[in-house]
Design a protein around this ligand. Structure first.
Ligand code: 6GU
Length: 270
């Protein structure tokens, strides 16, 4: 996969040389190219921003440097079009599903902005001929799109064939489709069997695969109910087995008339 990132802070993307993404680059599975937006300005001060039309606080990124930078990046491609990802708190939520969809692309171009964002006409211009996605990584405001790019690239890169050592590693990921669909992962343990007087749950050393799988699923249900009740509400009761339903009932969740889970009435909140 090829990734191009246009930014006024190329050094902000240095972490892409480290760990999983760094190794994927070194192995030739990822071709990452970081471009300095200021290289596409022509004035002495390398100006990339200006005051907003209509007034208001902050600055807006000028369209000309972005247009020149994106034209240069696009012209360097080998025929096929990239998907352009525009990080913005006003975008669609970045989810595991979107990470999976983007991981199927051959070429992604990221346009992390600073200030109040990029002049709208840039998104219109490239959106008219290319697949342009405005994407947010969550409901909070960051000072720029570079950290979101690091987040998105890591989520996408680990899904690429051969990037994670073990192809099964993302099978049970929280949010991955499959048997644990829509559930958070439960707790994990490793050696030693006792640490500071705390022991590993007996079932995990029992060697009994059926009981282990059941325990893990119960822990996943418990953690999801505690940390993400919204995911339990979205869960289809028909997709759960008798034991799942019993575990959720113990936690105060029952399927309602509408076929969705809700808090059983008369239960005391923990
Ligand atoms: Cl993609 N950019 C900025 N600046 N803030 C954000 C964001 C993106 N996603 C959440 N907050």
């Amino acid at each position: 996969m090829r990734l191009d990132i246009v930014t006024i802070f190329p050094e902000y993307l240095e972490p892409l040389n480290v760990s999983l993404v760094g190794k994927a680059r070194a192995a030739g599975r990822l071709d990452v190219r970081v471009h300095d937006l200021r290289a596409f300005t022509h004035d002495r001060h390398h100006t990339v921003d200006d005051t907003p039309y209509g007034g208001g606080p902050g600055m807006v990124m000028k369209p000309e440097p972005w247009g020149e930078a994106l034209d240069a990046v696009l012209a360097s491609g080998a025929g096929d079009d990239p998907v352009i990802v525009v990080p913005t708190p006003s975008g669609r939520p970045f989810t595991q599903e979107l990470a999976q969809e983007l991981s199927a692309a051959r070429w992604l171009v990221f346009t992390p902005a600073r200030y109040e964002g990029i002049d709208r006409r840039v998104i219109e211009e490239y959106g008219a001929r290319l697949d342009v996605r405005e994407v947010s990584i969550g409901d909070y405001v960051l000072a720029g799109g570079e950290a979101p790019v690091l987040v998105m690239v890591e989520a996408i890169a680990r899904l690429l064939p051969g990037v994670l050592g073990n192809a099964d590693s993302h099978r049970d990921d929280s949010f991955a489709p499959g048997a644990m669909a829509g559930l958070l992962e439960g707790p994990v343990h490793t050696k030693p069997p006792e640490w500071r007087g705390r022991t590993v749950p007996e079932v995990l050393i029992s060697g009994h695969h059926g009981r282990i799988a059941r325990w893990r699923r119960d822990e996943a249900l418990r953690r999801t109910a505690a940390n993400r009740p919204d995911l339990i509400e979205r869960c289809d009761p028909a997709a759960l087995d008798r034991h799942d339903l019993a575990t959720l009932a113990e936690l105060g969740w029952e399927p309602g008339e509408d076929g969705r889970f809700g808090r059983a009435s008369g239960r005391v909140e923990e």
